[in-house]
Structures are given as structure tokens and as C-alpha cells.
Design a protein around this ligand. Structure first.
Ligand SMILES: [Zn+2]
Length: 192
């Protein structure tokens, strides 16, 4: 098959090893995002825009699996705490045959992090990714929290654009007496 980024032939991968190294080596950036909670991102949106656009195609599963290994999995390997944190993803319902946020969340499974699935769900089934920013600002997502008795939460999402979704998720978690330790996103659109 041809590498998605350089078009060279690769026997086993849709993105060849040298492109992975050159274009997909993550740079972790941390910022205080909301209510003193830190947001940690691995890429700027622009850096991986071309790949993120494949999200709803047959290559989406491959792309997200690869990116999750390069970022979330590495992060979890180096992350150690005395207590176990629970990671939950923003709206990990299955769309286009897989859930991209569940893939990221699963990659966090480690000594200190236990992923939990289908906890933070969207009430309506509006397709946000199909609309532009103006529309999304007019229609903030409405979430509900499923039964979850864990307290120390890591919030997971794929892309931070306006931050509205993450803020709504944090508000809901805090209201439900959870402690949000930090947020992990693959790509942050506010990064340069
Ligand atoms: Zn390549």
C-alpha cells in the first residue's frame, strides 16, 4: 500500500515508519484550561489535520489506532501515581463503525489508569462533526453521566476546537462530585 503522507510504498503500514517519525512525533503541551484544570495535548490541529479528516472513512480506525499508540499509550507508560485514575472519553458512542475517542481511551490502560467506557454520553444524536463552528456554538452539546462510582477522573477527547464540549463535560463531572485531574486531547486547534 502507499503511505498516506509521502505516497511511498510500504508493505505493512498505511503510514510509513519514517513519516511517523518525521510528522507524527508528538510534542506535549500543557495549559490551564478551565476551573484550574490542566489540558494536555499532543499535536496542533494543523499538524494532523489531513489524518483527522479520515475519521469517518475506512481508514479512520487505522489512523486513530496508530495515533493513540504514539501519544496516549506513551503518556500512560510514563504516568505513575499511588492511586488509580479512571479515564473517560467524551461521547464514545460508535459512529462510522468505531468510536475514535474510545480508541484513545483504551490506549491509556496501564498501571495507574483504568479506562471506563460509555460513561459520558450525548443526549441528542446531532452529528457535530458535520457542522461548522458557528453552528456548533449555537448548539452546545448536552451530556449525561452514566453510573460511575469512580472519583478521580481523566477526561479524554480527540480534538479541542472551541472547548465548549470539554467545559460542559467538566461542569457535569464536577456537579456529580468527581475530581477531574486533567484532560487529554490528541489535537488542540488553539495551538500554533
Ligand atoms: Zn511515508
Amino acid at each position: 500500500m502507499r503511505c498516506l503522507l509521502c505516497s511511498n510504498w510500504s508493505i505493512t503500514e498505511h503510514i510509513c515508519k519514517s513519516c511517523q517519525k518525521e510528522f507524527l512525533t508528538p510534542k506535549i503541551e500543557r495549559q490551564i484550561f478551565y476551573k484550574d484544570i490542566e489540558l494536555i495535548s499532543f499535536y496542533s490541529y494543523k499538524e494532523i489535520e489531513q489524518l483527522l479528516k479520515l475519521k469517518h472513512t475506512h481508514l479512520g480506525f487505522y489512523v486513530f489506532s496508530l495515533l493513540s499508540q504514539l501519544t496516549f499509550k506513551e503518556f500512560a507508560k510514563n504516568f505513575t501515581t499511588d492511586t488509580i485514575f479512571t479515564s473517560i472519553a467524551v461521547d464514545d458512542s460508535v459512529k462510522s463503525g468505531y468510536s475514535h475517542t474510545a480508541i484513545l481511551n483504551r490506549a491509556l490502560k496501564s498501571r495507574s489508569i483504568a479506562p471506563c467506557y460509555n460513561v459520558l454520553k450525548q443526549k441528542s444524536d446531532l452529528q457535530y462533526s458535520k457542522h461548522d463552528l458557528a453552528w456548533r456554538k449555537m448548539h452546545p452539546r448536552d451530556f449525561f453521566l452514566k453510573e460511575c462510582n469512580k472519583k478521580k477522573i481523566i477526561l479524554v477527547d480527540d480534538i479541542k476546537t472551541t472547548g465548549i464540549t470539554l467545559k460542559a463535560s467538566i461542569d457535569l463531572l464536577l456537579k456529580s462530585k468527581k475530581e477531574v485531574q486533567f484532560i487529554l486531547v490528541l489535537a488542540d486547534a488553539s495551538r500554533v
